[in-house]
Design a protein around this ligand. Structure first.
Ligand code: KG4
Ligand code: ZN
Length: 338
């Protein structure tokens, strides 16, 4: 058993948690969304400064909420990649400093490994192998989880991530940021069959399509062309129907790939993670399709789907239990394969 103080600052949440294996003692998340909203998206320099301003308070609150003290901490972890470099540096530097000061092991953890481990927080009995569908603002991945640290990425997006597509379509419909929750809400009142949109397939040299990879930039362009055409024709934009049609297309595309992947690899559990796991269209389509194929699908609660430090702590605890630690010379990386 390992108790970890974990820090996550890869994007726009300053998050600190204390986790004992799969049990969360505290989880503090200071969201920067209101700060970035005025710019219509995340501004990297602003994110770094916000992390610097809030991290000490976050660490103090994590100890307070857990009722823990330093003697109970077995290791200190931070997300090292992928993410915004300046933002990552704040969390990683804090973790290294505390590790030196308190003479504890330091662990630099991959952000996507954290998202995979989020499923263990809500389902502590879950065991590999399983398929993780990770759908966030930065990633759209199908990951074959074989063991701690043993992952095979079977599918990815070739361009925009699913959440990024929601954000970009919301921006072109002038709906605000972040776009996912706004589109989700509007879609509930719209007709998903109002406008047929392309799901974005990746062609293979043999004339077929890649079964697990996705592409959302063509879909975004199709929505742009649709809005331009409707405006030129003098229509007021049927925003709810566009939102519903777009969301349904994304949800069906993700569902089709996840189900095909699970069946092909003989995996009977699909664990979903990332902010887009909140999407009602994805939940509906994936749950229905999984039930039809006798597959189990797990959607962890939103507090573990979106960026948080508890998931980083959970992954780091598993590594520390196996004797894995990182060097204090470890750096941050904006991109890093799992
Ligand atoms: O996992 P997350 O909090 O941060 C990243 O690691 O990217 O995901 C944020 C993304 C944003 O793109 C946001 O628009 C999207 O998740 N999102 C949603 C919903 N809630 C958040 N997308 C679709 N439907 C939602 N209900
Ligand atoms: Zn994330």
């Amino acid at each position: 058993m390992a108790t970890i103080l974990a820090i996550e600052t890869s994007c726009d949440e300053t998050a600190v948690a204390i986790v004992r294996d799969r049990q969360v003692y505290s989880s503090i998340i200071a969201s920067q969304i209101p700060v970035h909203q005025q710019y219509g998206g995340v501004v990297p320099e602003v994110a770094s400064r916000q992390h610097v301003e809030t991290i000490n308070q976050g660490i103090a609150q994590a100890f307070q909420q857990a009722g823990a003290n330093w003697s109970e901490i077995d290791g200190i972890a931070a997300t090292c990649a992928p993410g915004l470099v300046g933002a990552l540096l704040v969390g990683l530097s804090a973790a290294k400093t505390l590790a030196i000061l308190h003479q504890k092991p330091f662990l630099g953890t991959h952000h996507l490994e954290g998202h995979i481990y989020a499923s263990y927080l809500s389902s502590p009995d879950l065991q590999p192998p399983f398929l993780c569908l990770l759908v966030s603002g930065g990633h759209t991945s199908l990951i074959y989880v074989k063991d701690c640290g043993v992952y095979e990425t079977l599918g990815e997006t070739r361009d925009d991530a699913a959440g990024e597509a929601f954000d970009k379509v919301a921006r072109l419909l002038a709906l605000g940021y972040p776009g996912g929750p706004i589109i989700d809400k509007l879609a509930k009142e719209g007709n998903p069959n109002a406008f047929p949109l392309p799901e974005g397939k990746i062609s293979l040299p043999n004339g077929g399509f890649h079964p697990y990879d996705s592409s959302f930039s063509g879909l975004k362009t199709a929505v742009l062309r649709l809005t331009q055409r409707l405006e030129q024709e003098g229509h007021s934009l049927p925003v709810k129907d566009i939102a519903a049609s777009f969301q349904d297309t994304v949800a069906k595309a993700l569902t089709k790939r996840a189900i095909a992947c699970a069946l092909d690899y003989g995996l009977n559990t699909i664990a979903v993670g990332g902010g887009v796991a909140a999407n009602s269209g994805l939940r509906k389509h994936l749950q229905e399709a999984a039930a039809a194929h006798n597959l189990q699908v797990m959607f962890p609660p939103m507090k573990f789907c979106t960026d948080n430090a508890a998931m980083i702590g959970c992954a780091s605890a598993d590594h520390l239990n196996r004797g894995h630690v990182s060097s204090l010379s470890l750096g941050v990386r904006s991109r890093l394969p799992l």
